[in-house]
Design a protein around this ligand. Structure first.
Ligand code: PGA
Length: 240
């Protein structure tokens, strides 16, 4: 793993956007793996700025999102479908048919993971963007998730629900389930960038880089991937 330590969140976002912009310039039909949460917000706004300056276009980009909540509708303000449209897709020239976000339709619960996985496996992600949970999850692969999993339905960890409570009115409203790419899907990506900011990520970042590879800290599996760039700010990298 290559580790880049930056001064602050803005510098982490700047570094990550340089890598993504470079990738899109080199390969306009890049297959991007996309993450949600607080961490990539500035990265997405940098990408929108690059698009507005006509540095890059999303016209031929294919995107696959890591995960989606189950138990809230796609139209809910906190769905990742809404997040992605609000912060990136509706602000650039992305083709709606090239956007893939896991379907969270509970009436089709038996088939949604398999269908997403089939679609995902038709391609290889060129560049996967990741955040990391304070418990070491990537996507919604919570501690204890088998490292060989492909897209599946997961019961969210209590820690994850508490961490994400800030986006909802109460803990009770935070969904208990989600659909997520599995570790195996993430590991198939050609290149991965993992971004982290803030002291609450410091332990997970330390364990991911220096701990043993274990399903107890799913991000540790990235030690086995040949092309991972970890971009951290001072606080997230403070234990390294
Ligand atoms: P965050 O979430 O960016 O909102 O901290 C990261 C994650 O859970 O992967």
């Amino acid at each position: 793993m290559k580790v880049i330590k930056c001064d602050n969140y803005d510098a982490v976002s700047q570094k990550a956007s340089e890598i993504v912009i470079d990738q899109i310039k080199k390969k306009p039909n890049t297959v991007l793996g996309l993450a949600t949460g607080s961490t990539p917000l500035k990265l997405y706004s940098n990408l929108v700025s690059a698009y507005e300056k006509k540095e890059i276009s999303f016209k031929h980009i294919l995107s696959y999102n890591l995960d989606e909540y189950i138990g809230i509708d796609r139209n809910h303000s906190q769905s990742y479908y809404q997040y992605m449209h609000q912060h990136l897709f509706s602000l650039v020239d992305m083709n709606e048919e090239n956007i893939h976000i896991p379907n969270n339709d509970v009436t089709r619960i038996d088939e949604i993971a398999e269908l997403y996985n089939k679609d995902l496996n038709k391609h290889q992600i060129d560049l996967q963007i990741l955040g990391i949970g304070s418990n070491g999850h990537i996507g919604f692969n919570e501690p204890g998730t088998p490292l060989g999993n492909e897209t599946f339905i997961v019961e969210l960890d209590e820690q994850t629900r508490k961490d994400n409570k800030r986006f909802f009115k109460s803990l009770n409203e935070v969904p208990k389930y989600a659909i997520t790419m599995g570790i195996k899907n993430i590991m198939r990506s050609k290149k991965i960038i993992l971004m982290a900011s803030g002291i609450e990520k410091a332990d997970a970042i330390y364990q991911m880089i220096n701990g043993r590879v274990t399903d107890e800290l799913p991000a540790s599996v990235l030690q086995l991937h040949p092309d991972v760039v970890v971009i951290v700010d001072q606080l997230a990298g403070s234990k390294l």
